[in-house]
Design a binder for this molecule. Structure first.
Ligand code: ZN
Length: 201
């Protein structure tokens, strides 16, 4: 709250309604020293005086605290802008998550295939081969599990029937049939089981 700005605003509005400090003070039943203090930004009108003051100056309480006439359309526009930037942030976050899913998913698959081929070429003893192969499988499964968890956190699945977008749980994603990131899921809105596309918005 900018007291100086509010003070100047009170002074200009007082002059607009053709009142002196003394006249305004009289209407409010307070001293003109108090008015002078507000207008110089020394202090704010007290809560009990504010409604009557706003009425006399023909402003809203919102205007008074802003130190200017607040356009309701501007307020709405501002709220919309905030909402939009919030959505954009979420979208960007989702894109980053999805990128991580791809890196982990494809990266670990390539690594696993390469590791398996390397083992086949380099290790002749069967017992040794199995001993080295098992950690590879475990690591691969862990990576896929992590990728799936991230995938569940990023974006939404879109119902093919009613185009409702929803966030399925990790469990439903884990057990769902899938082709890439398109999954066969039951829509929570229309209840139909369709191939749901993955969307980021
Ligand atoms: Zn649906």
């Amino acid at each position: 709250m900018d007291q100086i700005k509010i003070g100047e605003f009170i002074a200009s509005k007082r002059k607009e309604v053709n009142l002196t400090q003394a006249e305004l003070a009289e209407k409010l039943g307070i001293t003109d020293r108090a008015i002078s203090k507000w207008e110089n930004g020394v202090c704010m009108p007290d809560a009990g005086t504010i409604p009557e003051l706003c009425k006399i100056l023909k402003i809203s309480v919102n205007d008074l605290f802003s130190g200017e006439i607040v356009d309701m359309k501007d307020l709405e526009k501002h709220a919309e802008e905030n909402l939009l930037s919030l959505k954009k942030n979420e979208e960007e976050m989702n894109k980053k998550l999805f990128f991580a899913v791809n890196i982990i998913g494809f990266g670990s698959t390539i690594f696993f295939v390469a590791y398996t081929i390397l083992l086949m070429l380099a290790v002749e003893e069967e017992s040794k081969y199995i001993l080295l192969f098992i950690p590879g499988v475990i690591l691969y499964l862990l990576c896929m599990f992590a990728a799936l968890a991230l995938d569940a956190a990023a974006g939404y699945q879109e119902c093919k029937n009613c185009h409702h977008k929803f966030k399925p749980t990790f469990k439903t994603i884990f057990f769902a049939q899938h082709m890439g990131y398109t999954r066969r899921l039951k829509c929570p809105k229309c209840g139909k089981k369709t191939w749901c596309k993955k969307v980021m918005k």
